[in-house]
Design a binder for this molecule. Structure first.
Ligand code: 4HQ
Length: 254
């Protein structure tokens, strides 16, 4: 994967690329990443990247010409590159999109500032419009970092040996199970006994149950949109019958 970011703040990416799994992926040459300063593609003496909106109103709009020049420069080396505009009007990023983007050779991430980019950029020069969520950012830079992080984790081998990407939240449509480490007793709360037992099959089924029930309690929307497998149905039925038994007791007493 080759990431090329178009931005007026290229320095924002230096520390991002120098840490964690993205740093490792770059060191291992699984990923390359560069930031191109849109200002370098301005033609005027003042290197203006923004201008006043036609029709009036507050705020400024990103001029189309420097952006088009910068996209052209980014595509010089990889003509098949796909361009992504970070915008609240795009499709909201999810794990499936991250996985799909990871199979693309080169992504050019276009970061707007001000009120946004001139609308006419979108038709000819942008392949995907992506949002990272329904809230307002000041620029596309943080959104581009979020996309690069989520996509890099999906590149085979980028996560350091294990199959952690498959075990992660959302990979099977469920939240992850609860995690515990030492000490065994923390502020009076014990680690679940089964996790200390060394019974790998029991630990595996405890984790599956933890996953399903946490998803039901914290993100029921995820379960509603998921095709449940036999094991997940069994877990839900077990809890349903326990709840029914409790309610039966209650109703008999009242
Ligand atoms: N932006 N997800 C850049 C966002 C945003 C989001 C607002 C994009 C400002 C200039 N981008 N413009 N949410 O809020 O991607």
């Amino acid at each position: 994967m080759n990431f090329v970011v178009l931005t007026i703040f290229p320095e924002m990416f230096d520390s991002f690329w120098a840490h964690g799994i993205i740093r490792k992926a770059i060191d291992q040459k699984k990923v390359s990443a560069t930031a191109i300063n849109i200002r370098d593609f301005t033609a005027d003496r003042h290197q203006m990247t923004d201008d006043r909106p036609f029709g009036g109103g507050n705020g400024m709009v990103m001029k189309p010409e420097p952006l088009v020049e910068a996209i052209g420069a980014a595509k010089k080396n990889a003509g098949a590159a796909k361009t992504v505009l970070l915008t609240p009007q795009g499709r909201t990023l999810n794990q499936k999109m991250a996985r799909e983007l990871a199979s693309i050779e080169e992504l050019i991430l276009v970061c707007g500032r001000y009120e946004g980019v001139d609308e006419r950029i979108c038709h000819e020069y942008i392949d995907y419009e992506i949002s990272i969520g329904d809230y307002v950012l000041t620029g596309g830079e943080l959104a581009a970092m979020v996309i690069m992080e989520a996509v890099t984790r999906m590149i085979p081998g980028a996560l350091g040996g294990q199959d952690s990407a498959e075990k992660d939240s959302f990979s099977d449509g469920l939240l992850e199970h609860a995690h515990y480490t030492r000490p065994r007793n923390f502020e009076g709360r014990e680690v679940p006994e089964v996790l200390l037992s060394g019974h790998h099959r029991e630990i595996e089924s405890w984790r599956m149950e933890s996953s399903v029930m946490r998803t039901l309690l914290k993100r029921p929307d995820l379960l509603r949109n998921k095709q449940l497998n036999d094991q997940e149905v069994k877990i839900l039925e077990k809890w349903l019958s326990e709840i029914e038994a409790l309610l039966n007791l209650h109703h008999r007493e009242h």
